[in-house]
Design a protein around this ligand. Structure first.
Ligand code: GLA
Length: 724
């Protein structure tokens, strides 16, 4: 049960497993005291004496006392030499901010954040703390939410200009957290297009480290996630602290080691090239950041993230709903299709039991390659003479639902839209626009652009009575400028863009609650908790190679759940790597997320088509356990040749286990993999082999994983409690 206790000058937020404690100090400074495993109580003075900042009676701001004090929301300029959470250029040009505690209140539940996606729920408690600068009257409202059912503290800040003159926000973090020691290692997820979210782990060192983006999206290269793990922490045991941001734009998540080996971590909108003018009476709301604490290793941390997003962030209608096994036309046909070809492909897919057919890129304007027509969301009559309506009807007549691809935030220079509205593209007047994938980005900070995007998507969905939309976004920012915003507000554009995007996504998902929205950004280039508030699933990567996907999905699972990852079985040789992998392995890996196909089914052999029917049946039967069971990473493809993961149903009666050996090795002994999360008292039977084992045996002695064949051989085992 979540509770917030006020004990003298302390506020103590806790649930059954974690505690978060702050103290109101002399001179009304708000100090951070503790975040970690649940405590009954704490001797705050002892904690503070360790820092050298004085205790709850002797602390003073004089003599730069703030420089050693762990704080809740530090600011620069009054003696704390570390990096502040809030940076302001005051009306007089000075940069000092002096936040003092004014009052706090405790509420049941969780208030929404204006204009931003955020966690929600009734089974939680929220502490609202008001700080204010007595000199400039700037206020900071800090929200802290503790949940009954997740070991998470959600935090955000709202800055109000309570003064009489304009100020300029230069930095406004969602959270700042001071930790007393640096005996941690940092884990971040880094990569590039087609190589998203590789796991990188290194010791925390003096100075700054972390992840940040400036490309307008959460990006392929970085993820709004960071973990600190104790040196000995493994997947299965040890202490880990995870940070994530519910945001899809430029972000920073970083840690710095300061004097006395203390650590300050921060997460929020990237302050590089950010600035926001705040007029008197106006407020600025930060995105929400979350802190996860686990004493059961990185798996424990990830399970808390997964549970938080599924229970308190993803669209509730969709989270636990059946995700149709889909068939996507992209790698089957690319731009080269007409109505009959698509219907032929859809017919073969329907025969295998697929439930949803998705027409990908290439159906609009005069688009036959990626150089043209984005923005012209009217059907290409040469390819689809009967319009979207007739194609969708023919697909539905085969017993399939119909889904469609759009890239609504973009415009091609070769488009009617650009010719009539060049000012709608992000650009700097007087400089030549810079294209990427031959396209420009619409300025989503503009209300007229938001209305246009809303209207074309809404009209398209209605025209084809779509059951699904894949919302793509295929390039990052450059030449960042808005013809709409004044000179003094140009640095607001990246955040205003994301606010505009969220507004449109909010309108559309409210208008079409029965349509499944899937996110995509050149694969997983904007796969973050911010988007997951609107879309319950995201195309994990454009790389569909089974071995590459082992790494990508393994890394992604550090903070995002299998139910959010879209994953397809594809043809070989793989279109990205040229590698040939066995069909069983492509299937097993694709089952690590929402399952579908992206190949030309007409080119399959009879055997492969037969296998497809069984695959669809298995994918549906195992869906609940695979997508919503407790997920465990077992063997890391970043540390060795093998990958293993498993998901265990909530009642521990079923588990799906996946093992993939990378390269075939000569004279190799089979791997012995210790499973996790089973009932040690029960006996489990492996459906595929008929062999039975004790749950304790599988977890302590291990499961032998003999694989035959060449590279990328795999095992997919379904375990059931015997007799159940
Ligand atoms: C992006 C997506 C792909 C596909 C293409 C279409 O790259 O990630 O899945 O939709 O665009 O152009």
């Amino acid at each position: 049960m979540a509770e917030i206790l006020q004990q003298g000058n302390l506020y103590h937020l806790r649930n059954d497993h974690i505690s978060y404690i702050m103290a109101v100090m002399p001179e009304n400074v708000l100090a951070h005291i503790y975040f970690g495993g649940r405590l009954h109580q704490i001797n705050a003075d002892a904690v503070l004496r360790h820092t050298g900042a004085g205790d709850t009676k002797s602390f003073t701001v004089q003599e730069c006392g703030l420089d050693r004090l762990p704080q809740e929301y530090p600011a620069f300029g009054l003696g704390d030499q570390r990096e502040g959470a809030l940076g302001i250029e005051n009306a007089d040009g000075s940069v000092a901010v002096d936040l003092r505690y004014v009052r706090a209140e405790i509420k049941n539940g969780k208030p929404p954040l204006a204009g931003l996606p955020a966690t929600f729920g009734d089974d939680c408690k929220t502490l609202r703390v008001l700080l204010a600068d007595p000199c400039t009257r700037v206020q900071a409202e800090l929200l802290y939410t503790v949940f009954d059912d997740c070991d998470v503290i959600a935090r955000s800040a709202r800055i109000v200009n309570g003064g009489t003159r304009d100020i300029q926000l230069e930095k406004v973090m969602s959270l700042s957290l001071d930790l007393p020691d640096d005996r941690w290692e940092m884990i971040t997820l880094n990569g590039s297009w087609a190589r998203e979210r590789s796991v990188n782990r290194r010791a925390l060192m003096p100075g700054f480290q972390g992840a940040a983006t400036q490309c307008g999206a959460s990006s392929h290269q970085q993820s709004p996630f960071m973990a600190l793990a104790r040196r000995g922490t493994t997947e299965q045991q040890g202490e880990a602290l995870g940070v994530s941001l519910i945001y899809s734009g430029n972000f920073v998540a970083k840690a710095a080691v300061y004097q006395n080996r203390s650590v300050r971590i921060a997460a929020g909108i990237n302050d590089a090239d950010f600035s926001w003018k705040l007029c008197p009476g106006e407020a600025f709301q930060t995105p929400e950041a979350v802190l996860v604490y686990s004493q059961s290793g990185l798996n424990g941390m990830s399970q808390e993230f997964h549970a938080l997003w599924e229970r308190h962030l993803l669209p509730h209608k969709w989270v636990y709903a059946h995700r149709p096994v889909l068939f996507n036309s992209w790698e089957a046909a690319y731009f080269d299709f007409d109505e009959d070809k698509l219907v032929d492909i859809a017919r073969s897919a329907a025969e295998a039991g697929v439930e949803l057919f998705v027409m990908d890129d290439g159906w609009f304007g005069h688009r036959d390659d990626d150089t043209t027509s984005l923005g012209d969301w009217f059907v290409n009559r040469k390819k689809l003479p009967g319009g979207l309506e007739r194609l969708a009807d023919r697909v539905r007549a085969l017993g399939l639902q119909f889904g469609i691809w759009m890239e609504p935030e973009m415009v091609s220079p070769d488009s009617e839209l650009y010719r009539s509205h060049p000012e709608w593209a992000i650009h700097i007047p007087g400089r030549a626009p810079i294209t990427s994938r031959h396209q420009l980005i619409l300025d989503m900070s503009r209300e007229d652009v938001q209305d246009y995007v809303y209207r074309v998507v809404s009209d398209t969905l209605k025209a084809c009575k779509a059951s699904y939309i894949k919302w793509d976004m295929n390039r990052n920012f450059s030449n960042i400028g808005s013809a709409w915003l004044g000179a003094e507000r140009q640095k607001e554009l990246p955040h205003r863009y994301i606010l505009g995007l969220y507004a449109v996504m909010g309108r559309l998902t409210a208008e079409f609650p029965d349509i499944l929205f899937e996110g995509c950004a050149g694969g997983g280039g904007r796969f973050d908790p911010g988007m997951l508030y609107y879309v319950p699933q995201f195309w994990c990567s454009d790389n569909t190679d089974a071995l590459c996907r082992c790494q990508i999905q393994y890394g992604t699972s550090l903070f995002l759940p299998p139910s959010a990852m879209r994953s397809h079985q594809i043809a070989v040789p793989n279109h990205q790597t040229g590698r040939v992998t066995p069909i069983e392995s492509r299937f097993a890996v694709a089952l690590g997320g929402c399952f579908g196909y992206e190949l030309d089914p007409r080119k399959l052999t009879d055997d492969e088509r037969g296998a497809m029917k069984n695959q669809v049946k298995y994918a549906r039967e195992s869906e609940d356990t695979r997508l919503h069971g407790t997920f465990y990473r077992l063997l890391s493809p970043f540390e060795g040749n093998d990958t293993a993961w498993m998901a265990v149903s909530g009642d521990q009666s079923e588990a799906v286990f996946t093992f993939v050996r990378g390269h075939a090795l000569a004279n190799e002994v089979p791997a012995l993999v210790c499973l996790q999360g089973l009932d040690p008292e029960k006996v489990y039977t492996v459906r595929e082999t008929g062999e039975s084992y004790g749950g304790d045996e599988l977890m302590r002695s291990g499961l032998l994983c003999p694989v035959d064949g060449g590279d990328a051989a795999s095992l997919l085992y379904t375990l059931h409690v015997s007799g159940a």
